[in-house]
Ligand binder design. Structure first.
Ligand SMILES: [Ca+2]
Length: 478
């Protein structure tokens, strides 16, 4: 449901007013739109000026937000590779083998059809630039390739994880190429170059995945200068400078889109891959129970950050601007997920897909302002994964876990008992109301038990390690 309201959360935006440019749904099919999906790494709602952050400078993303439909309850996984697995598969990351950001456990299982392959089926030209993080090994467990240019992207200019901050060397369809400049600029510049190289006879899908503002922290001086006088620590200034660098590139992209003369519309989506971080919750100022310390970075009032279980771990910006379809400066509070991107894009591309087993849901009705496909009883499951080794997964079953519907969230922290929060009315998830809703707690727990047993069957990389006895221990990761 679209609510035409002022952005009360920031108190800075004007009332939404233009629904007049919405097209009848039938016209959508006449010309498939281009799709540009911008994904940033490790920034959340709190890192936007429009969210009331008094220090950060993001004028272009703020402008895009005003021109967009904003999903206010859009949830991804609490870390990098798992969120990318959701986007690429339409399923929970555990169902497709991704239980960590390192080792073989970030390998997106090779026996499934992924997003760019679906877009190609729909006649799209497909390109990506940036951080892939779903393995660049030659083959997965069934012998199929894992690199993005062999999994549906016509062009993939990428690294498996972090891009070098300046003059990064990237794989261009498997060939190492050194690019000049700041990594944030490279992602957008090469993305624009690729889009300019596309035929106008067919739509394109461009996936631009920055690896910033994740650590290591580094930004061009002119962005650091924006924060010279700010009351922030040096690493925080650089973190915000990296976000301002992304912001400038988003502005550049918007200008480029406006300059194009094309018959088809271009959808622009901006989203992020996990909650609050530089690049973990500690760096942003959260304690292990998710509470923000007094000197922590602004987090939009949410509890928790990256790798944790509270809302600040998973609820991220999702802005979509589709001229003629989305009403500008509007909000949608549907309980949405990164898993929903694949079925939604498939519908836009006119591609029928296999049943996703009740995981990703088509959001096109929400985007068009029609009755949502997302049912009121939808439950989402968040689990940080990251067990030290595959043989320990059961001992991590209740560590940084959340089960949530569109109002209540049952969470486990690092250790301890479950707490139930009415997160819609208790933004900071302070009050445990489990004792007031024992039936709800019981139901959520039962659903979680079922979900966990089913999810384990999809953890192919962990299962393979257990079967072969080649248990790899964690050495680090992000
Ligand atoms: Ca991330």
């Amino acid at each position: 449901m679209i609510r035409l309201i002022a952005l009360a959360i920031a108190g800075q935006l004007t009332f939404a007013n233009d629904t007049a440019d919405q097209k009848p749904a039938g016209e959508l099919a006449q010309s498939k739109p281009n799709i540009i999906l911008v994904l940033t790494d490790d920034m959340a709602w709190g890192e936007l000026g429009m969210s009331g952050n008094p220090k950060i400078k993001t004028p272009n993303i703020d402008r895009l937000a005003k021109e967009s439909l904003r999903f206010t309850n859009f949830n991804v996984a609490p870390t990098c590779a798992p969120s990318r697995a959701q986007i690429m598969s339409g399923k929970h990351e555990f169902s497709v083998g991704v239980t960590h950001t390192i080792l073989d456990r970030k390998d997106l299982r090779d026996d499934i059809t992924i997003l760019p392959q679906i877009m190609k089926q729909g006649g799209y030209q497909t390109g990506m630039v940036g951080k892939w993080h779903l393995s660049s090994r030659n083959t997965g467990l069934t012998g199929k390739p894992l690199q993005p240019h062999k999994r549906g992207f016509d062009t993939a200019i990428y690294t498996d994880n972090q891009l070098g901050r300046f003059n990064p060397t990237l794989s261009n369809n498997g060939k190492k190429v050194k690019y000049k400049g700041y990594c944030g600029d490279v992602v957008f510049d090469e993305g624009i170059k690729w889009m300019e190289s596309c035929s106008k006879d067919k739509p394109y899908f461009a996936y631009l995945a920055t690896s910033i503002p994740h650590t290591p922290l580094a930004a061009p001086q002119r962005f650091k200068d924006l924060y010279a006088g700010a009351k922030l620590k040096n690493n925080e200034k650089t973190y915000y400078a990296m976000i301002s660098a992304v912001d400038e590139n988003v502005g550049k992209l918007m200008t480029w889109i406006a300059s194009r003369k094309e018959d088809r519309e271009t959808i622009l989506i901006f989203m992020t891959d996990n909650g609050h971080a530089i690049s973990g919750p500690d760096g942003a100022g959260h304690s292990r129970d998710g509470r923000l310390r007094k000197n922590g970075l602004y987090n939009f009032g949410f509890r928790g950050g990256k790798t944790q279980s509270w809302r600040g771990a998973t609820c991220v910006p999702f802005l979509i601007r589709w001229p003629g379809v989305t009403a500008s400066n509007t909000e949608n509070n549907t309980l949405a997920s990164g898993m929903d991107i694949l079925p939604t894009f498939a519908e836009i591309a006119g591609v029928g897909i296999d049943d996703l087993g009740g995981q990703g849901v088509r959001l096109l009705p929400d985007i068009k302002g029609e009755k949502s496909n997302v049912t009121k009883d939808r439950l989402l499951f968040s689990h940080v994964g990251r067990w030290n080794a595959s043989d320990l997964m059961e001992t991590y079953k209740y560590r940084y876990v959340a089960i949530f519907n569109n109002r209540y969230r049952l969470t486990w922290g690092e250790k301890g008992h479950a707490e139930l929060k009415d997160y819609l009315n208790d933004r900071e998830e302070e009050k445990d109301i489990a004792s007031e809703h024992p039936e709800l707690v019981q139901r959520f727990k039962q659903e979680y038990e079922k979900w966990w047993e089913a999810a384990k069957t999809g953890m192919v990389n962990d299962l393979h390690q257990l079967k072969t006895g080649k248990i790899k221990r964690r050495k680090g990761g992000d």
